[in-house]
Design a protein around this ligand. Structure first.
Ligand SMILES: Nc1ncnc2c1ncn2[C@@H]1O[C@H](COP(=O)(O)OP(=O)(O)OP(=O)(O)O)[C@@H](O)[C@H]1O
Length: 246
């Protein structure tokens, strides 16, 4: 049986009396691409912060890469990669400097850094741009570099928080090719998105509504369960009942 890389059981986080994440239970398997969906305010970011070792739960269990979120959050940080739309690269450093900076934070040796930087620049086809400031590059390129940097240290799992916001469908598709490649190499991918075509690309998708997981299955399983043709319709059926959000 495939190992679970993420395990949660009754995971709950309150802010005062408000229950942001309400007893969620799920497992993510090694090498799986797991879509974590939900309307605004559903509790995705809160759950993700817990799984990244950044926020302590109020109750329930959770482990990531075999490490417990209560006691081993520092270990978790070493064994994951993280990329978000809000925070990714330093705009005023070059592509090469960014790769080396983040690689250094992730604990790569100088030799590994040199080798990995060269391989990565080649692989991304960025030889001409390697010494340009990241701020001068198109958003789609920044996202690809950012993702590559997040998996530079070969983490067990990479968390992607709306990684492809603001780019066209072709660039998003190219980004997803990189995700598939990483998953194929055994990196588990945990991804939040508001794009339903991306939900279709996931192995399994969970949909949060008002702090709980309202549905969890493969995209085809969900469409069958809700008797609809698209993930859009699945999402709408569930999110329509939500009390939180805008
Ligand atoms: N530190 C906090 N203190 C109080 N309430 C909070 C805090 N962080 C989040 N919340 C509340 O918890 C709920 C869930 O927020 P969260 O950011 O996890 O949702 P989300 O699903 O990620 O939404 P979005 O897609 O808008 O980012 C929201 O109602 C939010 O206002």
């Amino acid at each position: 049986m495939t190992k679970s890389v993420i395990h949660t059981e009754g995971l709950t986080r309150k802010f005062g009396d408000f229950v942001a994440v309400n007893a969620i239970t799920f497992d993510v398997k090694e090498g799986e691409i797991f879509g974590f969906l939900g309307a605004n305010g559903a509790g995705k970011t809160t759950a993700m912060r817990i799984l990244c070792g950044l926020l302590e739960p109020t109750s329930g269990k959770a482990s990531v890469a075999g490490y417990d979120v209560y006691r081993q959050n520092e270990e978790i940080k070493k064994h994951i990669g993280y990329m978000s739309q809000k925070f990714s690269l330093y705009e005023n450093l070059t592509v090469r400097e960014n790769i080396q900076f983040f690689g250094g934070i992730y604990g790569l040796t100088r030799k590994e850094l040199r080798e990995k930087t060269a391989v990565l620049i080649e692989r991304l086809g960025l030889n001409q741009e390697a010494d340009k400031l990241v701020g001068s590059l198109p958003l789609g390129w920044k996202q690809k570099i950012s993702f590559s940097v997040a998996i530079l240290h070969r983490p067990k799992v990479v968390f992607l928080d709306e990684p492809t916001g603001g780019v066209d469908p072709i660039t998003r598709r190219q980004f997803w090719d990189m995700i598939y490649e990483a998953a194929h190499e055994g990196i588990t991918v945990f991804v939040t998105t508001h794009y339903m075509d991306e939900a279709e690309y996931c192995d399994r998708v969970s949909i949060m509504v008002d702090g709980t997981i309202a549905a969890l299955d493969t995209p085809s399983g969900l469409k069958k369960q809700f008797q609809v043709e698209s993930m859009d319709e699945v999402f709408l059926q569930l999110a329509r009942g939500a009390k939180r959000g805008e």
